[in-house]
Design a protein around this ligand. Structure first.
Ligand SMILES: [Fe+2]
Length: 238
C-alpha cells in the first residue's frame, strides 16, 4: 500500500496544491493529512475546501481543535515572548477568518486514524497518541519513543506537529514524522510530503521536497493582518 502524508498545512494553499500535484502521478492508494489546517498563512478556508473536494481524510491537530472550539490559546509552544505575541495574533486572526463550515469540518476530524495493511498496524495522529500538543522531536531519547509506542498497538506511527521530518526504527517499531506541507521548520522552505510504501517485508519512506510559489504566499501574508513575521519565517523555514 502506497500512502502520501500531508503534515501541518497551516493555511498554505499554494504548498498544498504543489504537494497534491506531485503525488497524483505516484498513484498513491490513499492521501492523508495530519491536521493543523490554519494559522500563520491566510488560506485556511481554501485549504479545508481543497481537502473536502479531493476527499483527503485526516486527523485533528491542536490548532484545528482550538480554532473550532474558540479556545483562548492555540496550544502551541513558543521560543520567545515576541513569537508568543505574534502567534497569538495569528491564532486570533485565524479564529476570526475561519468560516463556520471550516470550523465544523475541523471539529469533526478524528484524533487518530488506524488501519492494517500487509500485516502491519498503522496509526496516524497529529502529535503523539492521545495528546495532540506534545512535541515529538527526533532528538528525544529512544525511551520516549518506546513509551509512546506502548500507548498504541501500531507497528507504524505517522505524525507531525514539530514541522521537522524524520524516520526512526526502534525495536521493530517505525516512527515517521511527516514534516510540514505549509510551514517547514527544518531550514528547508520547500514543501514536504512523506511517501510511505508499506510492503510485506519492508516499509520504505521518502520525503519529497518541492519548490512552490512561496512568494505568492509571502505576499498574501504581508497583505493580510497576519504578522509579517510569519512571511519571513516561511522563507527561512524556522
Ligand atoms: Fe502545526
Amino acid at each position: 500500500m502506497l500512502i502520501a502524508i500531508f503534515g501541518d498545512i497551516h493555511g498554505n494553499i499554494e504548498a498544498l496544491k504543489t504537494a497534491y500535484d506531485a503525488v497524483i502521478p505516484l498513484k498513491a492508494d490513499k492521501i492523508y493529512h495530519l491536521g493543523d489546517l490554519g494559522g500563520y498563512a491566510p488560506f485556511v478556508n481554501e485549504v479545508v475546501d481543497f481537502l473536502i473536494e479531493h476527499k483527503i481524510e485526516g486527523v485533528q491537530g491542536n490548532y484545528d481543535f482550538n480554532v473550532a472550539n474558540d479556545s483562548e490559546h492555540c496550544g502551541c509552544k513558543y521560543e520567545d515572548p515576541l513569537q508568543a505575541e505574534y502567534a497569538q495574533k495569528s491564532f486570533e486572526w485565524t479564529k476570526l477568518h475561519t468560516s463556520e463550515k471550516s470550523k465544523e469540518y475541523m471539529r469533526k476530524l478524528p484524533a487518530e486514524i488506524s488501519f492494517a495493511t500487509n500485516g502491519k498496524k498503522v496509526q496516524l495522529f497529529h502529535a503523539t497518541p492521545h495528546k495532540n500538543n506534545l512535541y515529538w522531536y527526533e532528538e528525544r531519547p529512544d525511551k520516549f519513543f518506546l513509551e509512546m509506542a506502548e500507548k498504541t498497538d501500531a507497528d507504524l506511527m505517522i505524525y507531525g506537529h514539530t514541522h521537522k521530518p524524520y524516520r526512526k526504527d526502534i525495536q521493530g517499531k517505525i516512527f515517521i514524522n511527516a514534516g510540514s506541507v505549509g510551514k517547514p521548520k527544518d531550514g528547508d522552505p520547500r514543501t514536504c510530503v512523506a511517501i510511505i510504501n508499506i510492503m510485506d517485508k519492508e516499509i520504505k519512506t521518502e520525503f519529497l521536497r518541492l519548490t512552490y510559489d512561496i512568494e505568492k504566499v509571502v505576499q498574501a501574508i504581508r497583505e493580510s493582518e497576519l504578522p509579517a513575521y510569519f512571511a519571513d519565517k516561511l522563507k527561512e523555514a524556522r
